[in-house]
Design a protein around this ligand. Structure first.
Ligand code: PLP
Length: 596
């Protein structure tokens, strides 16, 4: 088929790979801003550009028969901008006196967002390209490399969004408020578009990506590399049978809160089994570990007289929420830094109740804390310890009780929180500890008391999962998972990818830019049927965006090779550089969430 030539003087300076790699992002951020590129992308298909080497020589049909000059393109852009502003004024804002005043002081959103471009990119003056958060550098023909400007300051790209003013004479403009907040997310690339994945029983770790909700057009099999069903137990025949038996015997829901007809023998059996797993007197179930962390920390901190909380700077949002809500004094120590924890503890009088809260396996950097030292230091200063083992339960220790069991320090852990939703393949959360402590949270914790209890299907499946975890089968699954993690990690490192080295099963790969991280994942899915989710703000801090990979016992060596191969290709295609293989991998700075 005869294909037209792309006439854009700016885009034609880029390599084919740059444009191909960035096309989805360019499209999503502003194809309507650029008449030339939108025309080009409408006509071009992946197969058509597959063998092209450079856009300037690509054969692409265009309704524009001659290249536009720089001034002509600028004029088109300015006109579009004017139209957009006009549309914005006429469609979004009702002409009241108050909002006319507001508009006088408002920077109207441009189709481009706030434009920040580095000096290195000054020669690409296209107003359209400037609008994308990807800053291109010209290709260096002599060296076979394309570099993306890594100095990009994503904070600056997010232009301040003007929220509707409160005006006593008129009702608040709710839609304008929601619009502005969503727009802010889109502009800083933190707006989330979920991938629609249908898990297929018996096919783990493969699943089906459903492009369309109501039909199977374009559905296809994909390999999932980012599931927290770490051992694939979610599809284990024993769990499936347990769920079917439970629904047959007891029906669907639990029928009430734990207090009002919602406590069954299954609840009590599961609590008993969890207590046994963690070698504690007692355990208490919650509908998720988010609720468990939030409720337990809030309830304890709020109730203990003059309580202070010491919180790891990398703590999960669920802990942060409970701590914040309690409004007690909090002291944030550097991630897994025992010395800093001790420094802070020293400043608080010994008689004051203190809760030291942290995770064993960090969910996003994969680090594992020096658990025994942390516990010893906390106890030395009279604290009670609250340890989130969410990413460790099922995976570490002889029975899968977590890092505490692996390190033989379960007896030193005062309160353990865990999830039934990850390695245990279901949903729900719990805390385990002394009988008095769990009874206290049971009696005072709003997030425990005032919510419907977990249904029989979930309880039965969790019981089956823990039984497997404590058996030889569980130990074999953990061994195989660790083998696969080691194989994958070393192959990724050998390929020159910037793996953030960690001692756990979590393999993060540093990207450092939200748009690029999303782009990499889109390419992996679209071109290689591989699903990895990019991890962007607010899960991690801006500038520390990453891919987070989780190998399971069911990923094969062949799948590992396919992943490494695909990842290195897309990595280069989006213009990122691979490390030279001889160069030793540096530990990336640990990137943490906002702390409490
Ligand atoms: N704690 C950590 C460290 C987590 O990563 C998560 C996340 O999913 C939770 C707690 C919440 O667990 P759940 O998914 O059971 O609510």
């Amino acid at each position: 088929m005869a294909m037209p030539i792309l006439k854009c003087p700016f885009l034609s300076q880029l390599t084919f790979q740059q444009v191909r790699a960035s096309a989805p992002h360019i499209l999503s951020t502003g194809v309507e801003s650029c008449p030339i590129f939108s025309n080009f992308t409408r006509k071009i298909s992946t197969s058509n550009i597959h063998n092209a080497s450079n856009l300037s020589s690509t054969n692409v049909s265009s309704s524009m028969s001659r290249p536009l000059s720089l001034n002509e393109i600028k004029a088109v852009h300015e006109k579009m901008l004017e139209q957009k502003n006009h549309q914005y004024l006429s469609s979004k804002v009702k002409p009241t006196i108050s909002n006319v005043n507001t508009l006088m002081n408002t920077k109207i959103p441009t189709p481009y967002g706030e434009i920040i471009i580095s000096a290195e990119c000054e020669d690409l003056l296209c107003p359209f390209l400037k609008a994308t958060p990807i800053a291109f550098r010209r290709v260096n023909i002599d060296q076979d490399t394309i570099e993306v400007n890594r100095k990009l300051n994503t904070d600056k790209i997010a232009r301040p969004i003007t929220l509707p003013k409160i005006d006593n004479a008129n009702p608040f403009e709710y839609d304008a408020f929601f619009d502005a907040k969503i727009e802010a997310k889109r502009l800083d690339n933190s707006y989330r578009i979920f991938k629609r994945v249908q898990r297929k029983s018996g096919c783990f770790p493969q699943a089906e990506e459903k492009k369309h909700l109501h039909d199977d057009l374009e559905s296809r099999t994909i390999t999932v590399w980012c599931s927290n069903d770490y051992l694939g137990l979610g599809q284990h025949p024993k769990l499936r049978k347990a769920v079917i038996d439970a629904v047959t015997a007891h029906g669907s829901g639990s029928g009430g809160t734990r207090n009002i007809s919602g406590t069954s023998p299954l609840h009590e059996k599961l609590e008993e089994q969890l207590a046994r797993l963690h070698q504690k007197e007692s355990a208490l179930l919650f509908t998720s570990c988010y609720v468990a962390n939030d409720t337990a920390l809030f309830t304890l901190a709020k109730s203990l007289p003059q309580c202070h909380i010491l919180s790891d700077s990398g703590n999960h949002a669920s802990m942060i929420q409970g701590i914040r809500n309690s409004q007690v004094p909090k002291h944030v120590f550097r991630h897994n830094d025992v010395n800093h924890l001790e420094e802070l503890l020293k400043k608080i009088p010994r008689h004051i109740p203190k809760i030291v809260a942290f995770e064993t396996v960090h969910s996003m950097d994969g680090s594992i804390c020096d658990l025994e030292t942390m516990l010893d230091v906390a106890h030395e200063y009279g604290s009670i310890t609250f340890i989130d083992e969410v990413h460790a339960v099922g995976l570490y220790g002889h029975n899968g009780a977590g890092v505490g069991e692996r390190d033989h320090v379960l007896h030193k852990m005062d309160i353990i929180s865990g999830t039934l939703g990850k390695a245990f393949g279901s949903i729900g959360g719990y805390i385990a500890g002394s009988a008095k402590m769990t009874d206290f949270v049971r009696s005072y914790g709003s997030g425990f008391i005032f919510t419907t209890s977990m249904p029989p299907t979930v309880l039965a499946s969790a019981l089956a999962a823990i039984e497997i975890s404590m058996s030889d089968e569980g130990r074999a699954l953990r061994r195989k998972q660790q083998e696969n993690v080691r194989e994958l990690r070393s192959k990724l490192v050998d390929a020159g990818l910037p793996v953030i080295m960690s001692p756990s099963h979590i393999i993060p790969i540093h990207v450092g830019n939200a748009a690029l991280a999303t782009l990499l994942c889109n390419h992996l899915l679209d071109r290689y049927s591989i699903y990895i989710q990019s991890i962007n703000y607010p899960t991690v801090q801006r500038g520390t965006e990453r891919l987070r990979i989780a190998a399971t016992p069911y990923h094969t060596s062949e799948m590992i090779d396919q992943l490494v191969d695909a990842l290195t290709h897309v990595w280069k295609d989006v213009g990122l550089a691979l490390k030279s293989v001889a160069q030793p991998q540096q530990q990336q700075p640990i990137a943490l969430r906002h702390h409490a």
